[in-house]
Design a protein around this ligand. Structure first.
Ligand SMILES: [Zn+2]
Length: 338
């Protein structure tokens, strides 16, 4: 059993804040928050929200730590390069708070797994880098009545806004479909102070929502370089499908596709059906063909000449050195299977 009073000692500076009481602190400690994406935003948001006292966290990311992440993804150090982000994040967060209850998912979030991942949570933090996943989060949020907070950061600017089912506009009230051609960190770069600032704003709103205080109903836009801070009102759209119980992104069950990962010269292969690879067996097999570095039970990195495959236990692979999509597919079937 936790000694609650001793544990509350950590939060004395938070509990003497005007309008913030012991009951609010206890509410935070009993809350469960899902953080989707553990890159520039999620690696900061997860630490801030844990330090504020939210001890039940679910961390989701499909990727592993790369050297180019260290410029802004504050949780990670050089020793984590190559490690799945959820595992690295959990390791560090558990050092910050040994009583934290952290579940991890090293997976590509999609319409087939999102409902079980967000099950019984109080809030979802969107820390992703793509609109398609946000549309999916929006559908699951409205269907299951779970608040979520949109956040995005690229270049020198970032945006965040709260989506509370029934109380605010939702993402589809604002965008009728997934907007295309937006800048990404891979194409436009990102300043670390932008993602840190947006995470700070996002987590501040999270604390208000979890303790049932007045939260922002505006879209907040912040340009850190030019110091421009703007609010804009978001209006509900009467013909929004999601607000009318039509969940097109969640009901779309197919998710088999090959994605080109821009700026990384890599392809990601996602298998048609959910599978569970035995990473230990595969590591054993591939180590006879080339070099293998494994992070059991979730991930192995396999290198053969100028090709590099990072293979996850859910059957996904990120393939570098392939000349085309079909070359990537054939490397996948050669080394992973069909
Ligand atoms: Zn809506």
């Amino acid at each position: 059993m936790q000694d609650t009073n001793k544990d509350l000692e950590r939060y004395t500076r938070q509990m003497i804040l005007k309008g913030f009481f012991k009951k609010d602190q206890l509410k935070l400690q009993g809350s469960k928050v899902v953080i989707i994406g553990l890159g520039a935003l999620g690696s900061v948001a997860s630490e801030l929200i844990l330090r504020a006292g939210v001890k039940n966290l679910v961390l989701v990311d499909r990727d592993f730590v790369e050297r180019s992440n260290l410029q802004r993804q504050l949780l990670y150090a050089e020793k984590h390069v190559g490690m799945p982000k959820p595992n690295a994040a959990k390791e560090v967060l558990n050092q910050i708070d040994t009583s934290a209850n952290i579940s991890i998912f090293v997976t590509d979030i999609n319409s087939s797994n999102i409902e079980s991942i967000v099950n019984k949570c109080d809030l979802i933090l969107d820390c992703t880098d793509n609109m398609e996943t946000r549309f999916l989060i929006n559908d699951v949020s409205l269907k299951h009545n779970i608040p979520w907070i949109y956040a995005a950061a690229v270049g020198f600017q970032g945006t965040t806004f709260n989506i509370i089912p029934g109380k605010t506009a939702c993402l589809r009230c604002v965008f009728s479909k997934v907007p295309q051609g937006l800048d990404t960190c891979d194409t436009a770069g990102i300043l670390s102070t932008v993602s840190v600032s947006i995470s700070a704003l996002q987590v501040t709103e999270a604390l208000k929502i979890l303790t049932q205080k007045q939260f922002s109903k505006d879209m907040i836009y912040y340009d850190v370089w030019n110091q421009t801070f703007e609010h804009s009102k978001l209006l509900k759209n009467k013909s929004c499908p999601a607000c009318n119980n039509i969940y097109e992104y969640l009901d779309k069950k197919e998710h088999s596709k090959t994605i080109t990962l821009c700026g990384r010269g890599a392809y990601q292969i996602i298998p048609k059906d959910a599978i569970k690879l035995n990473i230990e067996l595969l590591a054993d097999k591939l180590s006879r063909l080339g070099s293998v570095k494994s992070f059991k039970p979730h991930l192995i990195h396999f290198k053969l000449e100028d090709k590099a495959l990072s293979i996850f236990s859910d059957g996904r692979a990120i393939i570098k050195g392939a000349k085309s999509i079909s070359d990537a597919r054939s490397l996948y079937s050669r080394f992973v299977g069909n």
